[in-house]
Design a protein around this ligand. Structure first.
Ligand code: IPT
Length: 991
């Protein structure tokens, strides 16, 4: 039974007591005291009935210590509970606004000294930048107030309770509260005082708040300054030393727009900032102003009059050890990484980040959609019944959240759109939030994806729309109904700028088809790009009982209700390693494009407003991956949107090797986020002289044989290969299986023209149903001639009448071993196949095959719908570096379009394989791994993979695409692998 004292836990009101109105998070020279550090801590499994711990003289000497900021579930090695991961589901009964009695409650206490000279402060304020999920505060035993809104700042007036010298603050934090219903974002539930706590002295005659609304028109800057201060604070002076601006307001009534003359504008590409101070006799505030004007004109979203294309990421606050506790150095490095990968925009999914993140975004340059801390997604599972978004009892909580969001961050030039929240259905409270923003900030539009009909938002936004659907949104002529819209509403939505607030779900190996979305943006100006879901995996670094470290996901902490590895869907692994998907993104969105045409190349600058004066254009020529020449191209400086034709360098063409020209656009000077020479865009041109593929020599005179013989370096017993160049080998055997990717396991089914997707059957399930992971072989025949061996096998799975006939012909051609494998499926296969390949097993035998050197596409893995980051060249990698450590092991490591491949052992060449294209010019790919697809498919985490004593080489005639079906569209038909006849042809020699 909750005592009346804890009524605030289930009160829908957002706060009580001496809670102050929201204001900007400012850099002021007024004195302040960080209360971060070690606090005393006690965890109770339920909300304690009494508040005795808050007394000034309470004896907490028996309590533990806990760092602030932190999440208690990530402290104390499990002594304070464990994290819980859910996506949509609420981890407590849906019974708003109530929560279970089992409500972990953390009591925190610390002493602090108030300096003697604070006695002239007019007011003393205690600020919490983030506490999950509801908390109550006492100072020296006085009850101060309570607040909720986990990722929002709360300030309390504690003037009458603090005294010079020693003071004690007590904070009670409950994991669950009414507010938890509004914070159902797809992430870990992580209670605690997880952002800074600061005591602030507010001087008499100080500045309560300042808002510099900046604009940029016709080359000139403008500031509309809103200064909130008492009459005694004036005169207030605004200075921009670099621009020679000094403006004095004698009284509050004098606040007027200020023309600042010629300035350089702020953009995500050239994030030009000007230092500004706003001062009174008592206080000086330092700001960094960026001049830019945000505007919607018809269906265009413009900054400084130019259309913006978002190449964005959804960014959560996630750190493998700290959770949502901000680490500025880590965040800065993460943002610099985004810049290096051509990311130009961030949606702060799904709450305001630590306030410093916006300073970094201003400084490094990103278009930011700043989202409010709001999501009620779990109500979707009960048909949105009781959804707070449309219930007047929650109106004030919604308004409080958006006020705290906008007020805190309103000064940032990087923020170009406000977002009301995510996945909270629709309703009057959202409309009220939007109305409040419209009244408060006329300089930025309002976004909320759930407003399908466009009733109260300014941009049209969707998530995971397929490529055809996105195209229809861009097209006026299309009568296709828009999701959730009547025809009239659809027509209205088509008058607005469109963006994909989430698309291409980056879970595990993927996403595919990034380039198809990008192509649309350049065809239909209404489409303004989008934000990949999502930037990073949220893995939590932990260890197995035997001490092996790993990144945990849902279920790893014994949660009752959880959503597994759906929290591992980032472009960057938990370990900070960019995935191949991120490299693909970088290549797809590169801001400089190349179109080769004869002996020229047309170079286009696709940036928003920056010219190319920061770039150099470097070229190199390679013969079969070996550098033969290089230089720099003369390219005129291109203004944004401009293009120029430039002659290509003359390069030596090899008669008997592939000749490739590569052009890179690189940074001419170091940037804040990358060094000189950093590549921002690349293109390649095949300049090879044509060379015929050697004809297949058709043997004749086949006669049945026992199949025990030696052909060059190959030894066979009973028709089976047993040794190559003296090494034991098993196989090759037909391999049709790949360890399902998260997208292969996705089961959503697109339903055209209807409201969403319905559950379907995943490819992974179909592959298992057909037994692709458990194929068996029956040898039909073994024949030989003087210099050749031929076997024919039938491959099929238990309880299936479907089969594949595999004909393998081994022969010696000019003394060299050639293998030709013809793969022919029976009729009746109905699903796509993951791959059509042959697998060689190479036991270690004292010298494990542990590396590869190849000429083909690289350096990273690639798949048919994710080829843009791959380039043709010569690459090498160790067996471990060939694969990616996805949080849940799955297909990885495929290298496409291989021409030759050398397997190595401790650097020594073991086998050399030349792969010929088939008669249609299609080249095979390869995968070299310590595990079979079947072994990988059985592991839930990397540490579950068995110890291996064999390396496995798979040569694939083809692989299925990746798609994005873990949450979104399946593989596009063009890249789906249908069962079909294929040929693989290899020449194999000793290393
Ligand atoms: C969408 C959510 O907005 C996002 O937070 C995340 O959960 C993502 O899905 C999946 O990882 S909502 C979904 C119903 C499309």
């Amino acid at each position: 039974m909750l005592s009346h004292r804890s009524a605030y836990v289930t009160d829908t009101a957002p706060g009580s007591g001496a809670l102050r109105a929201a204001r900007s998070w400012l850099h002021s020279d007024a004195p302040s005291l960080s209360l971060n550090g070690l606090w005393r801590f006690r965890l109770s499994p339920t909300a304690p009935a009494t508040e005795e711990f808050a007394a000034a003289d309470f004896d907490d000497s028996g309590w533990d210590g806990i760092p602030v900021p932190s999440h208690w579930v990530l402290q104390g090695d499990g002594a304070y509970g464990r994290p819980i991961y859910t996506n949509v589901q609420y981890p407590f009964p849906i019974d708003p606004p109530y929560v279970p009695d089992e409500n972990p409650t953390g009591d925190h206490r610390r002493h602090f000294d108030v300096p003697a000279d604070w006695s002239d402060a007019e007011r003393i304020v205690l600020r919490f930048d983030g506490v999950e999920s509801v908390f109550k505060v006492w100072v020296n035993g006085d009850e101060i107030g309570s607040a909720s809104g986990s990722r929002l700042a709360h300030e309390f007036d504690v003037t009458s309770s603090v005294r010079p010298g020693d003071n004690v603050v007590a904070v009670r934090v409950h994991q669950w509260s009414a507010a938890s219903y509004l914070e159902d974002q797809d992430q870990w539930w992580l209670p605690g005082v997880f952002r800074d706590v600061t005591l602030i002295a507010r001087p008499a005659g100080g500045i309560e708040d300042v808002w510099l609304r900046t604009g940029f028109e016709n080359g000139r800057g403008r500031i509309d300054a809103e200064i909130t201060a008492g009459a005694e604070a004036f005169p207030v002076t605004l200075r921009i030393p670099e621009l020679g601006v000094e403006q004095v307001w004698a009284t509050a009534a004098d606040v007027v727009p200020l023309a600042v003359g010629d300035v350089e504008p702020w953009s995500a590409e050239r994030p030009r900032l000007y230092d500004v101070t706003v001062s009174t006799a008592a206080e000086s505030i330092a700001l960094r102003a960026g001049f830019r004007t945000v505007e919607i004109r018809g269906d265009r979203f413009l900054v400084n009059g130019r259309r913006v294309v978002f190449h964005g990421m959804n960014r959560h606050e996630a750190h493998p050890e700290r959770g949502r506790v901000f680490d500025e150095a880590h965040a800065r490095e993460d943002l610099a990484r985004m810049k290096r990968f051509n990311v130009n925009a961030i949606r702060t999914s799904h709450y305001p980040p630590h306030p410093r993140l916006l300073d970094l975004a201003d400084e490094l340059g990103f278009w930011v959609i700043l989202e409010c801390d709001l999501e009620t997604h779990g109500f979707g599972d009960v048909g949105w019944a009781g959804n707070p978004s449309d219930d007047p009892a929650w109106r004030e909580a919604y308004l409080d959240r958006i006020r705290r969001t906008v007020e805190r961050d309103k000064n940032h030039p990087s923020i170009v759109i406000w977002s009301l929240g995510n996945e909270a259905g629709t309703g009057a409270n959202l409309a009220a939030m939007s109305a409040w923003v419209h009244a408060r900030d006329t300089g930025r539009p309002v976004h909320y994806e759930g407003d399908y009909a466009g009733e109260y938002t300014d941009v049209y936004s969707r998530m995971y729309a397929s490529v055809p659907e996105t195209e229809q949104i861009g097209t006026d002529g299309s009568r296709a109904p828009l999701m959730g819209c009547t025809p009239a509403q659809g027509a209205r939505q088509r008058t607005k700028p469109f963006l994909l607030c989430e698309y291409t779900h980056a879970m595990g190996n993927g996403p595919g088809a990034l380039d198809q979305y990008e192509a649309l943006v350049h065809r239909y100006p209404r489409l303004h790009g989008g934000f990949v879901w999502e930037w990073r995996d949220h893995g939590i670094l932990t260890t197995t009982p035997d001490g092996t470290p790993y990144y945990a996901y849902g279920g790893d902490f014994g949660e009752v209700v959880h959503d597994g590895n759906f929290v591992m869907d980032g472009m960057v692994l938990s370990s900070d390693v960019p995935t191949p998907g991120l490299h693909e993104f970088k290549a797809v969105v590169q801001p400089v494009r190349f179109a080769f045409d004869g002996d020229d190349v047309a170079i286009t600058n696709l940036r928003h407003s920056a010219d190319t004066s920061d770039l150099r254009f470097i070229w190199r020529a390679e013969h079969e991956g070996t550098l033969v020449d290089s230089g720099e191209m003369e390219v005129p400086v291109l203004a944004a949107g401009e293009s120029a034709r430039v002659p290509l360098p003359r390069i030596p063409v090899a008669p008997d090797a592939e000749t490739w020209l590569t052009v890179d656009a690189v940074l001419a000077a170091p940037a804040a986020w990358a060094g000189e020479g950093h590549v921002i865009a690349t293109a390649q041109l095949d300049r090879s002289a044509s060379r015929p593929v050697p004809e297949v020599r058709r043997e004749s005179g086949w006669r049945p044989s026992g199949g025990t013989l030696t052909l060059g370096i190959a030894e066979f017993v009973g028709g089976s290969l047993v040794r190559l160049a003296g090494r034991d080998v098993a196989g090759p055997r037909l391999e049709l299986f790949r360890a399902p990717t998260d997208n292969d396991k996705g089961a959503t089914e697109e339903v055209d023209g209807s409201d969403a997707s319905v559950p379907g059957v995943s490819n992974a399930e179909l592959w298992r149903r057909d037994g692709l992971d458990r194929l068996t072989t029956r040898l039909l025949s073994v024949e030989q001639t003087a210099g050749a061996l031929r076997t024919i096998s039938k491959v099929s799975a238990a309880n299936s009448a479907l089969s594949v006939i595999v004909e393998s012909v081994w022969s010696l051609v000019g003394g060299e071993l050639e293998l030709r494998v013809e793969i022919e499926p029976s009729r009746g296969w109905r699903t796509v196949w993951p791959r059509i390949g042959i697998r060689f097993d190479l036991p270690d035998g004292g010298a494990p095959v542990d590396g590869a050197d190849w000429f083909g596409l690289g350096p990273l893995e690639s798949y048919p719908d994710s080829l843009r980051a791959a380039r043709t060249g010569r690459f090498s990698a160790t067996i471990d570096d060939l694969g990616v450590d996805y949080a849940r092991p799955q297909e990885t490591g495929h290298r496409s379009q291989v021409r030759d491949l050398t397997l190595t052992s401790a650097g020594a060449e073991v086998l050399r394989i030349v792969a010929f294209p088939d008669t249609r010019g299609r080249r095979p790919g390869f995968t070299l791994s310590r595990h079979t697809p079947q072994q990988i498919a059985r592991a839930g985490h990397p540490f579950e993979l068995p110890r291996s004593e064999t390396s496995h080489l798979i040569v694939d005639a083809a692989q299925h695409g990746l798609g994005s079906r873990a949450c979104g569209p399946d593989v596009w038909p063009e890249f789906a692998l249908r069962p079909e006849a294929r040929t693989i042809r290899l020449r194999i020699s000793a290393g």
